[in-house]
Design a binder for this molecule. Structure first.
Ligand code: GDP
Length: 195
């Protein structure tokens, strides 16, 4: 996989706007401001491919990043941003749900939570949904550099218990500042039979 050949391909809202091929897709979900754009940039060794939001919660589209014509990273809109009108929230929910329900080539969902905070009711709902839909997923705990090393275990077990994760579901601690967790997440993404 040549990461130098990673590029933004298209923005979509509705299924007919999604890329028209059947490359495998790895899809990123999480609350607004969780560090999703930063993580995508870190994974792809870029500074600005995915825009790190100046105003959280504003992206209401799906961004498709083409990685070497072999794989897409799919960036779903951040959910759970409080300060938006209800109608907008509904829009996001539709966009996320429609993609997750309809997209056949979705191979794995990467669900991001902030390592510093307990998952919110939105996170719990998202997780229950992924489980009920029998998606393959891993949880990434972002902003690892913001907590002392001595707290990591306790934070991970709090996240695990609030989301009620099964024992075989991984939580990968990750930092876009130090790049910790990057190799482990790539292993998780590439350790599949879809290539
Ligand atoms: P998104 O809304 O989920 O795409 O989140 P962004 O990637 O835009 O990040 C939101 C804010 O958190 C920005 O100010 C980032 O610089 C910051 N941030 C993201 N990841 C990390 C991280 O791993 N460590 C630290 N210290 N800050 C981060």
């Amino acid at each position: 996989l040549n990461l130098n050949n990673a590029r933004f391909e298209i923005t979509a809202v509705r299924p007919e706007q999604y890329p028209k091929n059947d490359l495998p897709e790895i899809t990123f979900v999480g609350r607004s401001n969780v560090g999703k754009s930063s993580l995508i940039n870190t994974m792809l060794n870029r500074k600005n491919l995915a825009k790190v939001a100046a105003t959280p919660g504003r992206t209401r589209v799906i961004n498709f990043y083409n990685i070497d014509d072999k794989l897409y990273f799919v960036d779903l809109p951040g959910y759970g941003f409080a300060k938006v009108p209800k109608t907008m929230k509904t829009g996001w929910k539709d966009i996320i749900e429609t993609y997750l329900i309809e997209r056949k080539q979705l191979k794995k969902v990467i669900m991001l939570v902030d390592i510093r905070h307990s998952p919110t009711s939105d996170d719990v709902l998202m997780h229950e949904w992924l489980k009920a839909m029998r998606k393959s997923y891993v949880v990434v705990a972002t902003k690892l550099d913001k907590i002392p090393r001595t707290k990591i275990k306790e934070r991970i077990s709090d996240i695990r218990s609030i989301l009620k994760l099964e024992d075989d579901v991984k939580i990968i601690p990750f930092s876009s500042e130090t790049r910790q967790g990057r190799d482990e997440l790539w292993d998780e993404i590439l350790d599949e039979s879809y290539f």
